[in-house]
Design a protein around this ligand. Sequence first.
Ligand code: CA
Length: 230
Amino acid sequence: MSGVVLVVEDDRELREVVRRYLERAGHTVHTTGSGAEALSLLEDGGFGLVVLDLGLPDVDGREVLAAARQGREVPVVVLTARSQVEDRIDGLRRGADDYVTKPFSPTELVLRVEAVLHRTQSTSGIAEPPVFGGGRLRIDETRHEAHLDGLALELTPTEWGLLTVLASSPGRVYSRYELVNRVRGYEFAGYERTIDSHVKNLRHKLGDNGGAIVETVLGAGYRLGWSRDR
Ligand code: CA
């Protein structure tokens, strides 16, 4: 229910301590010491929360923070060595949900993480997967499952990517170029037109409703035609 926690911390020892404590508290944890890797992981999605060290060697931590807040708005608990009050306020203003100043107790961090998860899940409904089209289409990103009229859809990674990107903002039109970039399937290799054949296959799997769920907007691209119920 909580999704995977992404821990971004370049200090290997600290990273492992944080992982151990979060796992012991029952969370699934993915770690990286690289800001660049964190950016690409966030683009792929599926994280319920990010624990982020602001002082990374390769990328400004604030850039990773901004990336987490984009789109699906993954909550972020910032780890910072900068104890000045101004930095804390600055970090929170940029969208962190909470912060912990180093050195910190891992137990305290776990409590902060759980408080943020509790808060964001109860206010934004992340705990309940989104449903579209009057209860007919259900997309559960944490479980990586989509159901149409109660039946599980067997989707390729590219089709899954297309559906979740379109569903992240129902009614919004995505150009082929944007879809290629958001889905990042290696087989696209920059060819926007290959999107069309993936859309065709996805529609086929969606059956009679395929064209209504994944709508073509002539001269512009595609959009999710069904609205979100909750
Ligand atoms: Ca660091």
